[in-house]
Write a protein that binds this ligand. Structure first.
Ligand SMILES: Nc1nc2c(ncn2[C@@H]2O[C@H](COP(=O)(O)OP(=O)(O)OP(=O)(O)O)[C@@H](O)[C@H]2O)c(=O)[nH]1
Ligand SMILES: [Mg+2]
Length: 233
């Protein structure tokens, strides 16, 4: 099966080259059938770097995101141009692990429709720690676990893998960081087969975070409640 990594970038001039080179070299070495789909909303020179990769490699695609930009919009754009059978959002600041990508691909090939990564379950490795963001994220995730009776301890994490049919069926609408949660919760309610595995998460070394967990918490909770109650009534 072909795998598409969807990689969002917003002003990641210090990461764009490293991330694209690492992902490309790693997946070639593992003899995976893959493509890299970079979705960019930058004004700092990231776009020019991504374009040079697109010109050099046949299986690298670089596209622009939306206006106004948004993390969810960027992933949706990536899903719409991707040609893979397995779609995996992979953060442009290399916080997600390529070893975990291989584990995801194997599980989808084994028959799962969705694979969720958890930074919180036993066996997970949060290198350089998640700090206060991690604490708030754990609380939010505990609430969502109760609301949906799911054993996934990190539903808000966007690093997941989906079989193409799941995305074609669910047609996510989130524009922000809540997109991963939206797809996962809709997928669970639609009875797609899923599993959760412990993953490695690494804090960024360069550049700035684009995400404030306090600012986005209300939109996560609202999205979760809407999904829960629109399916019930
Ligand atoms: N295309 C696009 N990419 C985005 C947008 N917002 C964030 N990103 C990218 O999405 C990835 C995750 O964003 P981060 O800012 O690292 O969010 P985070 O991982 O929660 O924050 P850190 O803990 O600081 O790493 C990065 O590669 C960003 O550049 C956006 O609006 N459009
Ligand atoms: Mg990050």
């Amino acid at each position: 099966m072909k795998t598409s990594l969807i990689i969002p970038f917003k002003d990641e001039v210090l990461y764009a080259g490293i991330t694209m080179r690492n992902a490309y070299a790693y997946l070639c070495k593992r003899k995976i059938d893959f493509e890299l789909v970079a979705v960019d909303d930058s004004t700092d020179g990231t776009w020019e770097i991504l374009q040079s990769f697109e010109e050099t490699y046949q299986n690298i695609v670089a596209v622009r995101g939306g206006n106004p930009p948004g993390y969810g919009k960027a992933l949706r754009k990536g899903f719409s141009v991707a040609t893979g059978d397995i779609l995996i959002p992979f953060n442009g600041d290399l916080s997600d692990s390529l070893d975990d990508v291989i584990a995801y691909v194997q599980l989808i090939e084994d028959g799962y429709d969705m694979v969720f990564g958890s930074r919180f379950m036993t066996g997970a490795n949060a290198i350089n720690s998640l700090g206060m963001k991690g604490f708030i994220s754990r609380l939010g995730n505990a609430f969502i676990q109760l609301l949906f009776c799911t054993n996934c301890s990190d539903i808000t994490n966007s690093f997941k893998a989906y079989r193409r049919i799941v995305l074609e069926d669910i047609k996510p609408i989130a524009t922000g960081y809540d997109i991963g949660m939206e797809i996962a919760l809709q997928g669970i309610l639609s009875k797609y087969k899923y599993t959760t595995i412990p993953t490695t998460w690494m804090a960024r070394k360069y550049g700035q975070s684009k995400m404030s967990v306090v600012k986005i918490l209300p939109s996560y909770l609202l999205t979760a409640l809407k999904i829960r109650f629109s399916k019930t009534f």
